[in-house]
Each structure stands twice: as structure tokens, then as C-alpha cells.
Design a protein around this ligand. Structure first.
Ligand code: SF4
Length: 659
């Protein structure tokens, strides 16, 4: 298996139009500053930062130097905000207090973020006992009132503002950990994480490069609230005398100093109080604004970009549905020698839930090199679970309990870790049903493609980008260099599926698994995507496993077909054989229910009843409650897959083919 990129179609030349726009580069910042409130908050925060940094230049007096001759003076030209009980200039103390407040808040939140997010992402992604231990520790810490815990930690690590804020950071870490873990638990079930696994990305890369950016919005909100809270805690600790010492100034210590002189000089309390209130408000409003802006669908970012006009036939086809992207029909693949020449051999594959329900029971089929094999059946028959089992992508609580899956002689069942990563993406690619969900919403498609390419190759970033441009060009995405900078929501469904296919082809796989690749697409786009897959299969000489509920799709591009019902493969046949002379009554029923051949005057046939759930598979032939040919002997005993068909009456029945 070579890692050299396949020979691709000539990519379109780079043009000025392909260059990234400045607006695209500044994405999140641009969206944030379009919100007036966020803009105002950013301006206030920027001003506070400048004041904190330039405090020695801005403060007219030494904030710590007593000047009893001027104690408790009202605002004047000499002391713009008056003086405190020791004659110290209130304005100067307020300026230096800004420095203390910002540094202390940033310190504690940074500690909480780094510690909490790392732990949250780790326990959320790994799950199991890591998660249980992490959450029990978090429960214990959160069961203790925060102030008590802070005081206990201060008692352990010592007095002083720095140590106090370290204690606050540790307390914040619990909250960040919970937020990160909760979001990761949801995110890890998302299709784009499965897609990243299929592409062979390492767990650490998936955790921190794919999942972490997707949890940014809730963390930003949490961080901004925490900044405000930290600022309040710093002020409170200083007010209580366990924050800053006499060598520094804090808004909290200013409040403390004002307590005994409120009746004489009320302004002493008003200025630091107003500074604290304003800062907390700024952090909270800023968090809301950044949360919206951090999502590509945020303010003003949710408009779907119209597919760019282009001269490529594929793009025109997608726009008007009048032409096909790739007109090459699939070449007839070898079928007679397919078993001997099999690339993928699935034998007796059994997949079971932890409750004992069999989702797939002894599935067997093979796919020849260069062959397109269709796996067809109604929803709930076990097609997608079979594909997931092949790639080791079964959900938690579901496992392979029997059988074998061999890729060109390599046993895949039981593989894990690095060995499985080397198979996914490198030797087997996968295309999912919903292309938008299969792409990470917060990364550009360029980043996602280059990550996939680089995870299996030694290419530099620039080389990987060139390869990504080639792949997008190969799958018919117009202006590919420019589109590398776009987010998934800026693509139409058909174009997004082309991007997913490009990702699946990133490392020249031997086998491409396409799980209902056209179900989520508009009907006019479906044929183009199928033709694209068929054309790529032939052009790249790979094998294709196409999972679908639509026999019409099978007829279009497959060489052979496996029909699944209730977790079992009930017929394996050539497409021509299955359509002309089906051997299992379920295949016949599926053919009769095909809408493709029906004319307006004929009522479309339906299959009575529905697929039973996995915990209620019928005894005997699982299809017998719905089979019009069922006899008593069909209701008992195990029926094997014999000569490609699983039916007691296969020899005697003369079933009708497609009309
Ligand atoms: S075994 Fe019996 S019930 Fe099952 S498909 Fe064949 S004829 Fe129908």
C-alpha cells in the first residue's frame, strides 16, 4: 500500500479570486465587533488594560504614600477624586487597583481553565472509570461551600493575593471541568468525531484539535463569568484583609478603608464600588457577545453562502440539476473471482449489545478488489452497525461477539489503538450520511482536510494544503483553493458531501465505505454524488461498500448486492441476478416497493408490517411474520445462509424480478 498521492486530475490554476480575503481571516473578531454592546465592552476592557499597564505614568501620586495633611478631602483640582483617611489620592489608588483586579482575575481564571479544561476533556473523551473518579472528586469539591474551600486552601498554601487566587483557580477548575466534560460527552457522539476517527486521527488530536474548539462557546461564557467572579472574590478577600497586603492596592482594600468614614466622605466607597460593578458587568456582557461570535453560525455568520458561480460542469450540474458531475459509468468489475480476490471478507460477524440483544447475527459477505458491493435493507436491519463494526466504530455498550472481518488478510476485529488508526483513513475511508454533521462546524474545510492528510503522511502543512486542493478539485469542488477557507455551513449539501468524500480519499484508501451517502441530499444532487463515487471507484481502482435502503441506488452503481433483514444477510447476489431473479422473498418485496418503475396509475407496493426491534427477532426465519410465502416450518429452527440465500423455500419458489 503506497502512501504516495494518487494521480489526480489537473487542479484548476490558482487565481487572484482564490486568495483568502482579509474578512475571512478575521472571522470571529469581525463578528464580535459587529455587536454594539460587545464593541463597547471590548473598548472598556481595552481601556482598563491600558490603565493597568500605564498605571505608573497615569497615576498623579504614589498610591501608598500617606499624606495626612490632606486626609478625607473632597474632589478638587489637586485630588480629582479626593483622598482617603491617610490622605492618599483616590484616583491613583483606583488606577493601581485596576492593575491588581485584572492580574488577579486573569491568574485565577487561567489556572482554572488550563486545569479544568484539560481534565474535563480527558475524562469526558475517555469515559469509563476515568470519568467516574473525576466526577466523584468534583462532586466532593462542589459539595463544600466555595468560600470555605477557598479559605481552607489558603490555610494550606498560605496567605497573600497570589496564593489566594491560586486557590480560587483550583475552585474554578471544578466548574470548567464540568462544563468541558459535559460538552465533550455530547460532542464525542457527533458524527464529525467518528469521521475524524475514520480518518485515522490520533485520540489526542481528536480531543484537543477537533473536540476542544467545538466546546469554546460555553467555555468562553464560563470564563467571562469566572473573570467577573474572580474580580469580586479578589475584592472580597482584600476587603477581609487576606488579599493584597500593605504593599499593593486593591479596590477591595479601598472599600475596607472607606467603611469607617462613609459618613464623612461617602465618595470613598462609591468609586471602588462603581469600578467593581462596571468590571463585572463588562465581563458578563463580553462573554455573551463572544459566545455568539465564536460560532461560525453566530451573529451574521449564519447566512448560507451561495455556491459560487463557476465554469466547472460539476458546479453547474449541482446548481441546476440538469447535468451529471461525472458521467463515467462504473466499469463492470470482476465478480466471478471476487471471493478468491476478496479485499474485504466478513464471516459470521455478530454484534451484540451489553444487554444481550444481537444487532447483527452471523453476517457474511465479501468485496472483491475494485468491486462495488451494495448492502441494502430497511432501516434497523443492521447495515450501518455492520459498517461500524468493520471500522471498529461501534457505540459504547455494543461489541463484536463473533465472526471475523479481514482486510486483504489482516484481521480487523479486536484491533485497537495505533493498529486500528493505521487502517482507518489510510486503508479504509468512510463517507457518512449527513455531510454537514460529518464535518467539524468550527474548523475550515481546509484545516480538516490537511489534518486528515498529515495524520498519515509526512507532508508539510503547505504540501498538505496543495494535496487538499487536488482532492477538492478531484471531487468537483470549484475554486478549491479559495474554498479551503470556508466553514462547512458555507457549503451546499452536495458540495459538503464532496468535501467529505475528498477527506475519505485523503490517503488513497483501498476500500471506501459509503453509508447512505445520498439520503440527506436533494434528489437532483443524489445522482451526481453516486456518479461521482462510481467514477472515483473506477478511476482510483478502489473497492466500494455502499450502504443504502434504496435498491435503485444499488442498480445504478453496484456490481453485487447483499440484502440484510433483521440483523442477518438473507441474500447475496449479483445486481443483475437480484433484479431479474431474486432468491429471497424479502428481496422480491424490496423490488416491488421500488418507486423507480412505478407509473402514476399504479399504487406502490409496500411490505406489510415493520422490522422488529433487535430484542424481539422472531424465531425461525426472522422474515416469516411479513412473508407471503411463509409456511409452518419457517417458524422454527435456524436457517443458514446457503448458497447465497437464507430461505427454507429458496429452491421451490419462483420469485418475481424488478418490473
Ligand atoms: S423461510 Fe419461509 S418465511 Fe422465511 S423467507 Fe423463506 S419462505 Fe418466507
Amino acid at each position: 500500500m503506497t502512501m504516495e498521492p494518487v494521480a489526480l486530475a489537473d487542479p484548476p490554476p490558482s487565481t487572484a479570486e482564490d486568495a483568502p480575503t482579509a474578512r475571512q481571516k478575521i472571522g470571529m473578531f469581525y463578528r464580535a465587533v459587529r455587536q454594539p454592546i460587545t464593541l463597547i465592552c471590548l473598548a472598556i476592557l481595552a481601556l482598563q488594560i491600558v490603565i493597568a499597564l500605564a498605571a505608573p505614568l497615569l497615576a498623579p501620586y504614589d498610591p501608598l504614600q500617606p499624606n495626612v495633611q490632606h486626609r478625607l478631602e473632597s474632589p478638587s483640582s489637586a485630588f480629582l477624586l479626593g483622598t482617603d483617611d491617610l490622605g492618599r489620592d483616590t484616583l491613583s489608588r483606583l488606577i493601581y487597583g485596576t492593575q491588581t483586579a485584572l492580574i488577579a482575575s486573569a491568574q485565577s481564571v487561567a489556572i482554572g481553565l488550563v486545569l479544568g479544561v484539560s481534565l474535563g476533556v480527558f475524562v469526558g473523551y475517555r469515559g469509563g472509570w476515568w470519568d467516574r473518579i473525576g466526577m466523584r472528586i468534583a462532586d466532593v469539591m462542589q459539595s463544600i461551600p466555595a468560600l470555605l474551600l477557598a479559605l481552607a486552601l489558603v490555610a494550606v498554601i498560605g496567605n497573600g493575593l497570589g496564593k489566594a487566587m491560586l486557590a480560587v483557580g483550583i475552585i474554578f477548575a471544578v466548574g470548567f471541568m464540568r462544563v468541558a466534560r459535559a460538552v465533550v460527552l455530547a460532542e464525542r457522539e457527533r458524527l464529525y468525531v467518528d469521521a475524524a476517527r475514520v480518518l485515522g486521527l490520533r485520540s489526542s488530536s481528536i480531543m484537543f484539535r477537533q473536540v476542544l474548539p467545538n466546546i469554546a462557546p460555553p467555555l468562553i461564557v464560563q470564563a467571562s463569568i469566572a473573570l467577573g467572579t474572580a474580580l469580586l472574590i479578589e475584592a472580597t478577600l482584600s476587603f477581609l484583609g487576606i488579599g493584597v497586603d500593605a504593599t499593593a492596592v486593591s479596590w477591595g482594600s479601598m472599600l475596607d478603608a472607606s467603611r469607617q468614614h462613609v459618613s464623612e466622605q461617602p465618595l470613598l466607597a462609591i468609586f471602588p464600588g462603581a469600578a467593581i460593578t462596571l468590571s463585572v458587568l463588562v465581563f458578563n456582557l463580553l462573554g455573551d457577545g463572544l459566545r455568539d461570535a465564536s460560532s461560525p453560525r453566530g451573529v451574521g455568520g449564519g447566512k448560507r453562502k451561495k455556491p459560487a458561480k463557476n465554469t466547472a460542469a460539476t458546479a453547474e450540474a449541482e446548481q441546476n440539476g440538469t447535468a451529471k458531475a461525472v458521467t463515467t459509468a462504473p466499469a463492470s468489475a470482476p465478480t466471478a473471482d471476487a471471493a478468491k480476490n476478496a479485499l474485504l471478507t466478513v464471516s459470521g460477524l455478530t454484534v451484540t449489545t451489553h444487554t444481550g440483544a444481537e444487532l447483527v447475527s452471523g453476517a457474511s459477505f465479501h468485496i472483491g478488489k475494485g468491486e462495488t458491493f451494495g448492502l441494502v435493507g430497511e432501516s434497523g436491519c443492521g447495515k450501518s452497525i455492520t459498517a461500524a463494526a468493520i471500522l471498529g466504530l461501534l457505540p459504547k455498550g455494543v461489541e463484536v461477539t463473533g465472526g471475523s472481518v479481514q482486510l486483504d488478510g489482516t484481521e480487523l476485529t479486536g484491533l485497537g489503538g495505533e493498529a486500528l488508526r493505521q487502517i482507518r483513513g489510510r486503508r479504509v475511508g468512510m463517507v457518512f450520511q449527513d455531510p454537514i454533521s460529518a464535518l467539524s462546524p468550527v474548523h475550515t474545510v481546509g484545516r480538516q482536510l490537511t489534518d486528515a492528510i498529515r495524520s498519515h503522511s509526512g507532508l508539510t502543512k503547505q504540501q498538505a494544503e496543495e494535496r487538499a486542493v487536488e482532492l477538492l478539485s478531484l471531487v468537483g469542488v470549484p475554486a478549491p483553493r479559495k474554498r479551503l477557507l470556508d466553514y462547512p455551513h458555507q457549503f451546499s449539501g452536495g458540495m459538503a458531501q464532496r468535501v467529505v468524500i475528498a477527506g475519505a480519499l485523503a490517503c488513497d484508501p483501498e476500500l471506501l465505505i459509503a453509508d447512505e451517502p445520498t439520503t440527506a441530499l436533494d434528489v437532483t444532487i443524489q445522482a451526481q454524488v453516486l456518479d461521482l463515487l462510481a467514477g472515483l471507484r473506477e478511476r482510483l481502482n478502489m473497492s466500494l461498500l455502499l450502504i443504502t435502503h434504496d435498491l435503485g441506488v444499488v442498480a445504478d452503481i453496484c456490481d453485487r448486492v447483499g440484502v440484510m433483514y433483521a440483523g442477518q444477510v438473507v441474500e447475496v447476489n449479483t445486481v443483475r441476478g437480484a433484479f431479474n431473479q431474486p432468491r429471497h422473498p424479502y428481496t422480491e418485496a424490496l423490488l416491488a416497493a421500488m418507486p423507480h418503475g412505478a407509473n402514476g396509475s399504479e399504487a406502490l407496493a409496500t411490505i406489510p408490517g415493520r422490522v422488529p426491534p433487535a430484542w424481539a427477532w422472531p424465531q425461525g426465519c426472522r422474515f416469516h411474520p411479513r412473508c407471503t410465502y411463509a409456511v409452518e416450518e419457517c417458524k422454527t429452527g435456524f436457517i443458514p445462509l446457503d448458497d447465497g440465500v437464507r430461505c427454507r423455500r429458496a429452491v421451490e419458489l419462483k420469485l418475481a424480478g424488478a418490473k
